[in-house]
Design a protein around this ligand. Structure first.
Ligand code: HEM
Length: 202
């Protein structure tokens, strides 16, 4: 499907390329792509992602209501929690430093870009984890991310919003700054250390 260009999304991709790189190379995540992955490392990756996924979905949900945006956010925290519980893990409500709440459409798009964009890599991660750990592995967080449907819908939403934001350079930079802060939240979340005991699928 030919996607019509969206300057704002291209700008966000450029502005967060190094942040994305830092995440997919984080020691708690890069093991997901490597042979020899075991349940402990998989569980540890989910534990590391949980605080940020939970917090950022709450921030985005509140901002969508506050800014009265006509956008439906399909939250993934519940499926992440389900996968962890099936691995015998208890999600940690690690307290992350608070971030600025989105106050404009541009800032909210910056935050949503990270949450919705992360669905794109989820398919790849699900396939790798399933190949290493087997089809019984609790995988709904990655496998049911819905990137193929939700990302095009998000792009269309941004293109409509872009008409209003057109020419507003400050909004473009505000979106990029919010996207960088959201990526930083995931790094903080992954850096909250938590030892993992030996896991089994319940
Ligand atoms: C090992 C971990 C990860 C891998 C292997 C990975 C891989 C990918 C891949 C293959 C894409 C699709 C690129 C494309 O279609 O152009 C993507 C896009 C994206 N990922 Fe990740 N990802 C990982 C972790 C994350 C995390 C933790 C986040 C943030 C929460 C994230 C946020 C994004 C965003 C925002 C995009 C959209 C980029 C764009 O097309 O503008 N990724 N990722």
């Amino acid at each position: 499907m030919n996607e019509s260009p969206c300057q704002l999304l291209d700008h966000l991709r450029q502005a967060t390329r190094s942040e994305h790189h830092a995440l997919d190379r984080h020691p708690r995540l890069n093991g997901l792509l490597r042979p020899g992955l075991d349940l402990d490392r998989y569980g540890d990756a989910l534990l590391g992602l949980y605080p940020a996924q939970h917090y950022l979905e709450q921030v985005a949900g509140a901002a969508i209501d506050r800014l009265r945006l006509d956008y439906r956010l399909w939250r993934r925290t519940a499926s992440l929690r389900d996968d962890m519980e099936r691995l015998g893990l208890t999600p940690t409500e690690a307290v992350l430093p608070p971030m600025a709440q989105p106050r404009s459409h541009g800032e909210l798009i910056g935050l949503l870009y990270v949450l919705e964009g992360s669905r794109l890599g989820a398919r790849l991660l699900a396939d790798r984890v399933r190949a290493c750990l087997g089809a019984d592995t609790p995988l709904s967080f990655f496998a049911d991310a819905g990137g193929a449907d939700i990302w095009p819908a998000f792009r269309r939403f941004v293109q409509v919003e872009c008409v209003q934001l057109h020419g507003k350079e400050d909004e473009k930079e505000a979106a990029a700054s919010m996207a960088q802060q959201a990526f930083a939240k995931f790094s903080q979340s992954l850096n909250v250390s938590r030892p993992v005991t030996t896991l089994a699928i319940l």
